[in-house]
Design a protein around this ligand. Structure first.
Ligand SMILES: NC(=O)c1ccc[n+]([C@@H]2O[C@H](COP(=O)([O-])OP(=O)(O)OC[C@H]3O[C@@H](n4cnc5c(N)ncnc54)[C@H](O)[C@@H]3O)[C@@H](O)[C@H]2O)c1
Length: 432
């Protein structure tokens, strides 16, 4: 079995997660890692077996090594992917790169073109395409049982606590510093719509705005941070409640409702460390701000209408006002419809005039991480190096990913222009 050598750039939530999966694979060696923060390196280098002289906090030194691995994982932030990918491609690396490729469509196209010129392959972490659940939906559509597909209705329901963590207080809150919500959160969904419809998009219109998480909706007397706020015992969005639980006298700390990723600002999971970071750490303090008094500007609700080139109509909605994260999809064809909600593992197939049929998706072989999608993209990355790519397999090559990013670019153009119809010919595409 050919040994697969991997280098990883960015050891945040995603990079650490992928590295953990990779380190556990037989015949895979993580040979070099890089993150701006030494603490993030120290957290993983021992268990991944990376020697000190192959750990870097300076990307120039990391790239200065030349090509030391078969493939590089790029898991830095959205706006950095382009620069990092171009440097890695110059060295001849195949890439496994996080989505979104870049908030700038021209940069996405440049990456694709440069990869082709360099003879390198880029797999994008559109992990849902590898998950059994979503693959099953595609299989049902492609079987033809639903007849001709007419309409796809898709809702991405983001939990209020997830939304506040990422899009109000956190990394993806300001469009100009990162990506619009539709790209940061829904490029997976756009990719699924393109995949399910089996066609590129013809035209798009979209509405969206920031409705709730802004100053005018702050309760009276709310303070800039949660610690001294008069509403701290009742506010749904209060920071310590979100990360460590809430003190309920005389019962002590209420069991934490959601184990939500403090890793963005604190590498420890200990309550005292998290509280200390929220109170005292320069970066951690961002996450204890009142959700109505942050500097966020990304939308909290957006709707998109699409007409695909093959005539399929698609409606996609995203909003922040849900108890749990889940995606709900309804696919309507000329013979019946399919209802899928990923909060469970059951699909409902309703053929006209027949009894509804429950289809249980086998999630047993799946370990956590996007229903097994995280492992799927890792397997594809390893298979690519070993020359074991299935010629009939479905992979997330960059050229497919670009369509989802183009649709987002069109939707954003529409949204920012009052919901006008945008023809996809207005959005640059891959040069043949
Ligand atoms: N595929 C998915 O489902 C999925 C889910 C969440 C996030 N993402 C995407 O994955 C990417 C990473 O997200 P995350 O949550 O891990 O973010 P993160 O901020 O936790 O991680 C990014 C890491 O990159 C490091 N970094 C940034 N610039 C660097 C540089 N120049 N040199 C070295 N290290 C550098 C940071 O220190 C940080 O540790 C983002 O683009 C995000 O949009 C994808």
């Amino acid at each position: 079995m050919k040994e697969v050598k991997v280098a990883i750039l960015g050891l945040g939530n995603r990079g650490k997660n992928y590295g953990g999966h990779l380190a556990a694979q037989q015949g895979v060696k993580i040979v070099a890692i890089c993150d701006k923060y030494q603490a993030k390196i120290d957290k993983v280098k021992g268990s991944w077996g990376v020697p000190d002289d192959m750990c870097f906090t300076d990307e120039d030194k990391f790239f200065g090594l030349g090509k030391v691995a078969d493939t590089m994982v790029i898991a830095t932030q959205d706006k950095d992917h382009y620069g990092h990918a171009m440097k890695a491609l110059a060295l001849g690396y195949n890439l496994m790169i996080e989505k979104p490729l870049s908030p700038n469509i021209e940069e996405c196209l440049e990456m694709e073109e440069y990869a082709r010129k360099q003879g390198c392959k880029i797999l994008v972490c559109h992990v849902l395409r590898y998950a059994h659940y979503y693959k099953k939906i595609k299989e049902i559509i492609d079987s033809g049982i639903l007849g001709k597909i007419i309409l796809i209705n898709h809702d991405e329901d983001v939990a209020y606590w997830h939304f506040c963590h990422s899009y109000v207080r956190g990394n993806w809150r300001r469009e100009e510093e990162t990506s619009p919500l539709l790209l940061a959160k829904c490029c997976h969904d756009m990719d699924l719509m393109y995949w399910y419809a089996g066609s590129k998009c013809k035209s798009v219109s979209s509405y969206g705005s920031l409705n709730f998480f802004k100053e005018e909706n702050a309760p009276e007397g709310a303070t800039a941070t949660c610690f001294d706020c008069p509403h701290k015992d009742t506010c749904n969005f209060e920071a310590t409640y979100q990360y460590v639980g809430r003190k309920k006298k005389p019962f002590g700390w209420e069991k934490k409702k959601y184990k939500w990723k403090p890793y963005a600002f604190c590498i420890s999971n200990e309550k005292e460390d998290i509280l200390n970071a929220l109170k005292n750490d320069e970066r951690g303090k961002l996450w204890s701000r009142c959700v109505f008094k942050c500097d966020n500007n990304v939308v909290d609700c957006q709707t998109v209408n699409m007409e695909m080139e093959n005539g399929v109509k698609v409606m996609l909605n995203v909003n922040a006002f849900n108890e749990k994260d889940h995606r709900h999809t309804e696919i309507h064809g000329t013979n019946g419809f399919l209802i899928a909600d990923d909060s469970g593992s059951v699909l409902t197939l309703q053929l006209f005039g027949k009894k509804p049929k429950k289809i249980i998706v086998n999630l047993i072989p799946v370990i956590k991480g996007h229903f097994g999608g995280d492992q799927g993209v890792i397997k594809a990355t390893i298979d690519l190096v070993r020359g074991e790519i299935d010629p009939n397999g479905q992979y997330t090559w960059i050229k497919d990913t670009i369509e989802s990013h183009r649709i987002v670019a069109a939707a954003e153009k529409s949204r920012l222009n009052g919901g006008i119809k945008v023809d996809m010919s207005e959005i640059p595409d891959i040069k043949k």
